[in-house]
Ligand binder design. Structure first.
Ligand code: NI
Length: 266
């Protein structure tokens, strides 16, 4: 990390994916939200992962101007989704400042829900996003082939979506871009190694790239090992700017614009 990037110009910070509703923020959520706003965060998309967290996320969006919300069932939680969860998601999606369906997708790394249930719940949420004309936030971990197969057959609507915390290879990136997706990079991009991911971050078209924290998880260097929070998106932004050989301030403006465009935020 070059300290020079921090000097003078102020980065405009947009975090396209955070979980401020996670229990790891239960003791000091208010302080974290206040600090995030006070230090000039422009935009945070807070993302639910089950009905309860989605409900709390929609509520949280009402408590700070810069927070917007996404509602959905994470693949880990898909096995626990109640029968009528789609109706509940639909109601939540109608709330003020709810701008996306997600996160949803497939996770065959931890396999916390049966794979066939993950596929079904993912496809149902893709259909819901199409019906509501909302973008979809997609999680894919060691399930890329299945994920692409579903996306090829089911398609996303014109509102599009994002592959969050991208972990695929160049072929997957190319196909996702062709399908109209944005690609989002988390703090993982600051870790040593992973030249494939760094090369992809350097080459995604400027109007299709996003940055995120996925906080409280995936804390970037230099805070790796500590709890992550939205303000730390600056470390992903600085690393992506370094990889793309451009000023971080210029990239940060582009990222805010992209995040607003995808989620339909004025
Ligand atoms: Ni997440």
């Amino acid at each position: 990390m070059s300290p020079a990037l921090n000097n003078g110009a102020r980065l405009i910070l947009a975090d396209s994916h955070a979980h401020l509703i996670d229990r790891k923020f239960d003791t000091d959520r208010k302080e974290v939200v206040e600090r995030t706003g006070a230090e000039g965060m422009s935009l945070v998309i807070d993302v639910g992962y089950a009905l309860d967290s989605s409900r709390r996320s929609a509520e949280l969006a009402g408590q700070a101007e810069f927070i917007y919300s996404a509602v959905g069932i994470h693949p880990h939680d898909s096995g626990e989704a109640p029968k009528n969860y789609l109706n509940d998601l639909k109601k939540l999606a109608a709330c003020d400042k709810v701008v996306a369906i997600g996160e949803t997708g497939l996770d065959f790394y931890r396999n916390l829900s049966p794979q066939d249930v993950q596929r079904r719940v993912f496809r149902e949420q893709l259909a819901l996003a199409r019906e509501l004309s909302l973008p979809v936030i997609i999680h894919s971990r060691q399930a890329h082939e299945d994920l692409l197969r579903i996306l090829r057959s089911d398609k996303v609507g014109p509102a599009g979506g994002v592959i969050h915390c991208f972990s695929g290879g160049p072929e997957m990136a190319r196909e996702c871009l062709e399908m109209g997706f944005y690609i989002s990079f988390a703090g993982v991009i600051t870790y040593k190694g992973n030249s494939t991911l760094k090369a992809i971050a350097a080459s995604v078209p400027p109007d299709r790239i996003l940055a995120e924290t996925d906080s409280p998880f995936l804390t970037p260097e230099p805070y790796r090992g500590k709890r992550n929070e939205p303000l730390y998106v600056r470390y992903a932004i600085e690393e992506i700017a370094r990889l793309r050989k451009m000023p971080a301030v210029e990239l940060s403006e582009t990222l805010l614009e992209n995040t607003r465009r995808l989620f339909g935020i004025k």
